[in-house]
Design a protein around this ligand. Structure first.
Ligand code: FAD
Ligand SMILES: C=Cc1c2[nH]c(c1C)Cc1[nH]c(c(CCC(=O)O)c1C)Cc1[nH]c(c(C)c1CCC(=O)O)Cc1[nH]c(c(C)c1C=C)C2
Length: 475
């Protein structure tokens, strides 16, 4: 029997691919501790009929991983429900940062590199020249902040990159490793002696390399129509629901079932459940956050348990605000607040600018992340809502009180790939390989925090399963 732990998008995708890869149909079981599937992918319907995204809201179509997710969505029969945002759409062009009590547009095209854009003190072309003329310092790892300061100068690090890190992992660029979120830039520097030099060389080969991934009709459409990001009708929860329907009758999905201990046997693995029952399986695919998996196997494998638990995750408060018949003055994806502004909000997504919902303006305020304890430790939801409303009023001139709202604190929802993360992940995989544990890892703790990353990792994990063991025992 093949066991999948966790019914978030990673676990569901793992089950989807396991159905394809398994040598014969049958015993795949998925355990989910809560009473719903999807994990952080959650679209809440408000009493007014509005959709509030609590977690992810847009997915990138580009590259191998983007193509892979579009293939999954097409295979699920959801192609007609995809809502694309093209690269000419205002939300793809306008990404804002809030500095010195003002909103500033980040440069979005080649020509804007030659002009001075506030809050930058000189045209960004000087930062590019800085990269072209700066020698490579051989390194194995450094913080994103230090890397960007070194190659492009401190303004780019403070305003553009520190904000981007907040807008992707709610993290502090001074602590996050360059090796993961900016792995590509770092690799270009180390391989070609500079980021821009490397990017130009790589641009010569125009067609994206999709090796290992299938191209779908939807991916071709995304390239022809130049999609920037996409979602689906009903919100991203639709993908989760459709995956759930696709798996029903083929995979045994056990809801409200928490795995409380994992014990590796001479052959296979014994799983303890919250009702004190046990399941034996040939192998386990973990689609749990690393620290949760760490706790489950700590008793038998403390070294592995400690390594998994050392991958830090942060809390994010997500506050959806809705205003009826009050249009916004700005048309943009949203704004981010660079950490040096020392404000209690990370950023605000202008959801209804991307995906209209009748006469409503819908905003999502995200707060906390790496600074959650600094601003919100022990605070109530009412306090958090009040802070969100106050800043939306001050910065965007929306009424002080919204017509509808939804507040939630997502505990330990985003992993932080801090310095040394790549080495930690290597040690984790090294331990699993050395001890020949029938354990396969997926989820956002290891190799990318976005939806595309985790779906692709689930595919890779399932494809690496030694199914012959499974075939021999499941017979
Ligand atoms: C606020 C926010 C905004 C985001 N925005 C974007 C975005 O715009 N675009 C994008 O691409 N990505 C975004 N992401 C990232 C994306 O949401 C994640 O990559 C993805 O949801 C991770 O899914 P997962 O299945 O790996 O983990 P999870 O969603 O954490 O799923 C794990 C599941 O395991 C279950 N579980 C836990 N412990 C046990 C146990 N012991 N036994 C059984 N089950 C257990 C949990 O209940 C959960 O359902 C965002 C994330 C957050 C938090
Ligand atoms: C303010 C907090 C956050 C906002 N979004 C997230 C947080 C923590 C989480 C998040 N956003 C994206 C991803 C996926 C990354 C990926 O690998 O695909 C995650 C985990 C998408 C994203 N959001 C922003 C950018 C630049 C990206 C990358 C993809 C893309 O280019 O679209 C910017 C951004 N995020 C937030 C805001 C307010 C914002 C910009 C104005 C919210």
């Amino acid at each position: 029997m093949s066991l999948i732990l966790g019914g978030g998008i990673s676990g569901l995708a793992a089950a989807f691919y396991a159905l394809k890869s398994a040598p014969k149909p049958g015993a795949i079981t998925l355990l989910e501790s809560s009473s719903r599937l999807g994990g952080w992918v959650r679209s809440v319907q408000s009493p007014e009929g509005l959709i509030f995204e609590k977690g992810p809201r847009t997915i990138r179509p580009k590259g191998r991983l983007g193509a892979n997710t579009l293939k999954l969505v097409e295979d699920l029969g959801l192609a007609d429900q995809v809502i694309p945002i093209t690269s000419s759409h205002p939300t793809a062009q306008n990404r804002l940062i809030y500095v010195n009590k003002k909103l500033h547009k980040l440069p979005s095209n080649f020509f804007s590199l030659f002009k001075t854009h506030s809050p930058f003190s000189k045209p960004l072309i000087f930062s590019i020249l800085h990269d072209l003329t700066t020698k490579t310092v051989p390194k194995t790892d450094e913080s994103i902040y230090d890397f960007v300061s070194r190659r492009f100068g401190s303004e780019v690090a403070d305003y553009a990159v520190s904000s981007m890190i907040c807008g992707i992992c709610a993290g502090d660029a001074k602590k996050i490793s360059v090796n993961f979120l900016m792995a590509k830039l770092f690799e270009l520097e180390q391989l070609h002696g500079g980021v821009i030099k490397g990017a130009i060389k790589e641009m010569m080969s125009k067609r994206p390399d999709l090796s290992g991934y299938e191209e779908s009709e939807l991916y071709r459409r995304s390239r022809i129509e130049k999609w920037s990001v996409w979602s689906v009708e009903g919100g991203l929860q639709t993908i989760v629901n459709t995956l759930g329907e696709h798996l029903s009758n083929k995979v045994e999905v056990k809801m409200d079932t928490t795995c409380t201990n994992l014990e590796f046997l001479e052959k296979g693995v014994k799983v303890t459940l919250n009702n004190d029952q046990h399941i034996e399986a040939n192998h386990v695919v973990s689609a749990l956050p690393a620290p949760k998996l760490g706790m489950l196997l700590h008793k038998q494998h403390p070294t592995l348990g400690n390594l998994l638990s050392s991958i830090e995750h942060v809390n994010v408060a997500v506050i959806n605000l809705a205003y009826e018949n009050i249009p916004m003055k700005q048309n943009a994806f949203g704004f981010l607040v660079p950490p040096r502004e020392k404000l209690p909000i990370l950023g605000v997504v202008f959801d209804s600018c991307c995906f209209e919902q009748a006469d409503w303006t819908i905003l999502t305020v995200m707060m906390g992340g790496a600074w959650y304890d600094t601003y919100f430790k022990g605070q109530s939801k009412e306090y958090i809502l009040d802070i969100a409303c106050r800043y939306v009023h001050e910065i965007l001139d929306m009424p002080r009180t919204p017509h509808a709202q939804h507040v939630e604190i997502l505990k330990a929802c985003i992993p932080q790939y801090t310095l040394g993360h790549a080495a930690r992940v290597k040690d984790i995989q090294g331990y699993i390989d050395t001890h020949q544990l029938p354990l396969y890892l997926t989820g956002s703790s290891y190799d990318g925090v976005g939806v595309n990353d985790v779906i692709a990792l689930s595919k890779k994990a399932v494809e690496s399963i030694k199914w012959q063991h499974w075939g021999a025992q499941a017979g």
